[in-house]
Design a protein around this ligand. Sequence first.
Ligand code: HEM
Length: 421
Amino acid sequence: MSLSTLHQDPGEAHADITSHDTFVRFVPHATFARMRREEPVAWVEESDGEGFWALTKHADISVASRDFRRFTASRGIRIEQMAPDELEARRTMMEFDPPEHARLRRLVQPGFTPKVVATYESAFRTLAGQVLDRVLPLGEFDFVTEIARELPIRLLCRLLGVPETDAQQLVAWGDQMISNADPEYTPVVIDKMDTEEYRLLPFRSPAALEVFRYAEEMALERRSNPADDIVTALLTAEPDGQPLTDLEFKNFFTLMMVAGNETTRHTISHGLIYLLDHRDQLEQLRDDPARLSAPATEEILRSSSVTMHFRRTATEDVVLRGRTIRSGDRVVMWYPSANHDEEVFDSPFTFDIRRQPNDHLTFGTGRHVCLGASLARLEVRVVFEELLRRVAAIEITGPPDRLRSNFINGIKHLPVRVTTV
Ligand code: HEM
């Protein structure tokens, strides 16, 4: 593989999508393409479990995401089976169906509407400018650790009301949790060690204990000094006439921190690789950001599909494309596959910053559609606008280092060389 062709390797047609190792080299697009063609509703055996249904078509994933009566989120949203006590201890708004889900989502929704998010733009642009002005003069550096990993967490800290001086620590905990299958980030690798001791914690990760302690301290602080931030909103809210319990608050805090940081950062890293793989489009974007930034952001989001799946559970027998999904079966929705579905996208493997329409499912759809979609869009757009204004030349100097995960399509390191304008 040449340095810049990471996204052009579709892998083999029969890759094991249950294995984190499969995703270390590439997203197995050849496998997803075969599944869309031959078995779009496929029963996938697990080595140590019962198996699950894999949905790979855009239309089916849309149905499963929207039809919460037949496909519930309340029995877990990751592939893993969860015992009832685990589920209860780790439940966030993601694992509720309507109407309970709406009551929780309403607590944080106001800070994430497109209109409100637009007001964060100038602060984020300043933040991005500061980081870029510090890092770009280095000439050679790791784009992930210096830029992509730095930015989303800083904005998130401001929204949550967390001191920015704690950003690095929060990212490190977030890495340990969401990247719990990669030994670079965590000593407790989820599929290689006994994680029984941590089964009641988010991501079965001991780092969650640290985040919980941090959230407790934040709660104490904000109870005596309320502010205009998400932590205060969560602490003062009474969704059912009752405040959130301590555990609900801590799980909510952890969700916001992890969901709002890890995903966007990997999207930014993929975006750079895609643009460098298509230098003509990079130059067009640089020349006309006013017209191309927004569609380029959508194409980066579609092509990278950083969150690779979420799960639902059938509440009754459902026949889909002739296959009978039994009540209680797990149903896993593979977003990278939906986003490359030939029935929805012309030339799906062509990266095209002018693609129109671009009805990708990177943020899911239905009631659980990503709360932070507008924020993520803003961050990706602004980072590339500010970066391209400042660099005359940029190249990748070593192979991108991929995350070991079948959940997050992540880039851990991306060495680059830049010349500033
Ligand atoms: C490119 C970046 C992002 C990607 C790819 C992404 C992906 C997703 C997806 C696919 C879902 C749907 C889950 C489901 O249907 O079960 C989701 C939900 C969610 N996302 Fe994002 N997300 C991103 C950025 C963010 C940001 C910046 C935040 C901000 C805080 C955020 C917070 C959330 C929350 C809280 C939910 C749960 C919503 C609910 O259950 O109603 N995400 N995200």
